[in-house]
Design a binder for this molecule. Structure first.
Ligand SMILES: Cc1cc2nc3c(=O)[nH]c(=O)nc-3n(C[C@H](O)[C@H](O)[C@H](O)COP(=O)(O)OP(=O)(O)OC[C@H]3O[C@@H](n4cnc5c(N)ncnc54)[C@H](O)[C@@H]3O)c2cc1C
Length: 437
């Protein structure tokens, strides 16, 4: 079986199947494994390319990391808000009560909204409801205007009118489940980051007889005359496989699939967000919070995330801040120079944290991608298509996490599901071949 992509999803699927005795080959285009969850070096130190943490509800990731011999450093963390030119902490329920941007009745509605989200178990009906009408009804007009709309604006680059209620519901459930007794959000950092996790996964796959190839882009996925996938074409030629599993989001599959396979997939009902993200290693802590939410849109970034509140600063020889801006894949910022983006983003950091000094930056880097996350819009058909799009072709990607938002825990769930379907298909095919013989 061939897996296209050595990110978290591809390696998770390959590991699940290798443990069941399936002979797997993973093909990764990049020289390093990990994809979005991988690392980069700044000033000679390996750090996450994009900020990554685990939460206490990520039981699949935590048990996988522990089974691979990796430890996790847990910390209760602070969350801040930048609202109307003012910075404040919203780390505990008591601090939420003190938040200056909302009236007491808004805060009571916010608490009731979080509880209501916890009570809703069936997401399907939410997929049909536009987010704004739903949030206004459940939490009131002021919360929509002062909190939800600006937060969605910062996460979706101004384009959130087509989202379903599911998004906000899912987000609330993920954060509500991660609080300690003191009410703070608890987060963990995997020692060595997700990079260590994917590298160890690859070692395990190899020790189970599988192959993991880096610097090996798949150029084409050809089909037989009957329209079945027959393997992958790399620079070394055709590698035949009875099943090919792709792990890319649809825009990244363009041009890869044979026409009949592309046709079998049908139209794509989703859209996608890109991201531009500055990471800087700095001499001292910049922010008292792990992350700051920005409702004041005069600061046009998504957040400032100081991961060294979870990651041990000794692991990275300094403090790490990430300045992400989620963008539409057509946003011209994706074409701007890294120097220009660094200059602008550090300026925003100074607005939020006036004590921050640019001279404290030891090293920095800008990462960017036009396709980082799928956006599930409201009321569409074929949102999560069957795993097997055509004979021999299983299409997995982070788009399958819905109604969850995209994170490692949800990816692990998708991997289990896809591996289960692939295994069932292989078992049926073997049984049919035996009876035919
Ligand atoms: C800014 C940001 C912050 C995040 N923070 C968190 C967090 O704190 N916690 C958390 O749990 N999750 C987080 N996530 C989500 C997490 O990174 C993703 O869920 C996960 O990495 C998705 O893995 P994937 O394998 O589906 O996709 P990808 O990581 O995109 O992997 C796809 C792989 O396919 C490879 N590829 C593409 N085309 C080809 C080809 N033709 N041939 C061979 N290989 C190919 C790519 O190089 C890539 O390695 C974050 C994501 C982002 C963007």
């Amino acid at each position: 079986m061939g897996v296209v992509g050595g990110g978290l999803l591809g390696l998770d699927i390959a590991y699940e199947l290798a443990q069941q005795g399936v002979k797997v080959s993973v093909y990764e285009a990049d020289k390093r494994l990990g994809g979005l969850a991988g690392s980069t070096k700044i000033g000679g130190v390996a750090v996450d390319r994009y900020y990554h943490a685990v939460t206490t509800t990520d039981d699949k990731v935590v048990s996988l990391a522990e089974s691979l011999g990796l430890s996790i450093r847990w910390r209760p963390l602070g969350v801040g808000f930048y609202h109307d030119g003012q910075r404040c902490s919203m780390s505990t329920p008591v601090e939420v009560l003190r938040f200056p941007g909302l009236r007491l009745d808004d805060k009571a509605r916010l608490a009731a909204f979080v509880l209501a989200c916890g009570r809703i178990k069936d997401a399907e009906a939410l997929d049909e409801q536009p987010i704004e009408a739903w949030a206004r009804k459940l939490s009131g007009n002021r919360l929509w205007e002062r909190l939800w709309a600006p937060l969605l604006d910062s996460k979706f680059d101004g384009h959130y009118d087509d989202l379903p209620a599911t998004y906000l519901w899912s987000r609330m459930r993920r954060t509500a489940g991660t609080r300690s007794k003191g009410g703070r959000e608890v987060m963990g950092a995997i020692e060595g980051g997700y990079q260590a996790l994917v590298d160890r996964l690859a070692d395990r796959i190899r020790s189970l007889g599988g192959e993991v190839h880096t610097s090996t882009p798949v150029r084409h996925i050809p089909a037989s005359a009957s329209g079945a996938a027959i393997g992958v074409v790399t620079d070394a030629g055709l590698q035949a496989h009875d099943t090919v599993v792709t792990t890319q989001l649809r825009p990244n599959l363009k041009g890869l699939l044979a026409d009949e396979l592309e046709h079998a997939l049908g139209p794509d009902p989703l859209r996608y967000m890109g991201i531009v993200c500055l990471v800087a290693r700095v001499k001292q802590s910049v922010s008292p919070y792990y992350a700051i939410n920005i409702t004041d849109r005069r600061v046009p970034i998504t957040s400032v995330v100081e991961t060294t509140h979870a990651v041990d600063p000794e692991w990275v020889d300094g403090h790490l801040i990430y300045v992400p801006k989620y963008v539409r894949s057509t946003n011209p910022i994706l074409e701007r120079s890294s120097e220009d983006i660094t200059d602008e983003f550090l300026g925003h950091v100074q607005t939020l944290f006036p004590d921050f000094r640019r001279e404290d930056v030891i090293a920095s880097q800008v990462a960017r991608t036009t396709v980082a996350e799928p956006v599930h819009v409201a009321s569409v058909a074929n949102r999560i298509p069957p795993v097997f799009a055509a004979p021999g072709l299983a299409v997995a990607s982070s788009a399958r996490v819905h109604p969850n938002i995209v994170h490692g825990q949800a990816i692990a769930g998708v991997a289990e599901h896809v591996a289960g379907e692939v295994l069932a298909r292989l078992t049926t095919d073997n049984t049919q071949q035996r009876s035919a013989a």
